[in-house]
Design a protein around this ligand. Structure first.
Ligand SMILES: Nc1ncnc2c1ncn2[C@@H]1O[C@H](COP(=O)(O)OP(=O)(O)O)[C@@H](O)[C@H]1O
Ligand code: SF4
Ligand SMILES: [Mg+2]
Length: 318
């Protein structure tokens, strides 16, 4: 196995301008992903997970404020590329995205087969006929019947539309796919079918994933590595087996304790309170207001940022 990470992110920052002040949605995030692995980014709603996906793929909203840091993909600093070069050689080609609520983001007036063909035709200068053949194969691969190719999104169930979005992200054979809550809002059977497609694709083609979810149970199915995100920052990283065996950060422990367990009478603990506003987050540890292990130092100074694997951003461990 090569020692070069597939993706290395260092000090990534993405803030949004608002009338109340900057929203620190992604605040000095660093992590690394090795080839053919899946990292799960775990955290509650509002912690900056979708913003992190957009920051990696340079999908910047109009009210972007600060945007900085380094993103190395296969050793190339893609942050230093011009927009056109990034579009031509990185987005879709090397990294693609299944956006949050992808099944509702398909264009309602274009047949789904044509939508899936689009990124392939653009990046491979392919003719429609050749692209449609590939789309048929992709549909078969993700479990969409071939004759759905000429249907419009409204003629498909939510689960089928989500599979179409997945086909669109895979059609250019990228080495990394970012999946933002790919199975939320789907029934359990469809969730499990989609996870099986992802697992098969990883095993057969060696595709790497960044899987974003708030659902610990889903994450455990695919994860090789875990990164827990809280209030715009990564607070714990680690190998999935080590993490699930023993989560270290008080927030990770609470996330794990909130998962319903089938074979015991232990009731899940709900995490009380909410993540802080990212407009003026606490200056000490951002989790302090909800942390049962908090002590004096926690509210005075932030624990140091995470740069390596199996690290914890918490004063208990520093
Ligand atoms: N374009 C934007 N302008 C201002 N605030 C935003 C924008 N996009 C997201 N946010 C805010 O950034 C924070 C993180 O959002 P998001 O990345 O969607 O979190 P998550 O995916 O973890 O739920 C939230 O407080 C959200 O309201
Ligand atoms: S630094 Fe302090 S408040 Fe923050 S998670 Fe650790 S113990 Fe809790
Ligand atoms: Mg999100």
């Amino acid at each position: 196995m090569t020692n070069q990470p597939l993706l290395e992110i260092s000090d990534l920052v993405m803030h949004f301008r608002t009338s109340q002040g900057p929203v620190q949605a992604v605040d000095h995030v660093s992590f690394r992903l090795n080839p053919q692995r899946a990292v799960v980014i775990l955290g509650e709603s509002g912690c900056g997970k979708s913003s992190l996906a957009k920051a990696i793929l340079r999908m910047l909203p109009n009210n972007i404020g600060a945007y900085s840091g380094k993103v190395f993909l296969n050793g190339t600093d893609v942050m230093s590329l011009g927009d056109e070069e990034f579009r031509r050689s990185v987005r879709w080609v090397q990294m693609s995205l299944v956006p949050q609520a992808a099944m509702n983001a398909l264009n309602p007036v274009i047949r789904v087969g044509h939508q899936v063909a689009e990124p392939f035709m653009f990046h491979n200068s392919a003719q429609r006929k050749q692209a449609m053949e590939l789309v048929k194969q992709m549909f078969h691969y993700v479990g969409v019947p071939a004759d759905f190719i000429s249907r419009y999104p409204f003629e498909l169930s939510g689960g089928m539309r989500q599979r179409v979005a997945l086909a669109m992200a895979l059609v250019t054979s990228p080495s990394l796919v970012i999946l933002d809550e790919p199975t939320s809002a789907l029934d359990l059977l469809t969730q499990s079918n989609i996870m099986n497609v992802l697992k098969r694709n990883k095993a057969e083609l060696g595709t790497s994933y960044i899987l974003i979810t708030h659902d610990v149970a889903t994450s455990s199915e695919l994860a090789d590595d875990i990164a827990v995100m809280y209030a715009g920052q990564i607070v714990e990283t680690g190998d999935a087996e080590a993490f699930f065996g023993q989560p270290l950060h008080p927030y990770s422990k609470m996330l794990m304790a909130s998962v319903p367990r089938l074979r015991t009478d232990v009731e899940p603990d709900f995490i009380s309170g909410q993540p802080p506003s990212l407009i003026s987050p606490p200056s000490g540890c951002r989790f302090a207001a909800r942390c049962p292990s908090r002590f004096d130092k926690c509210t005075l100074e932030p624990p140091s940022a995470i740069k390596e694997w199996r690290t914890v951003k918490c004063w208990l461990y520093q």
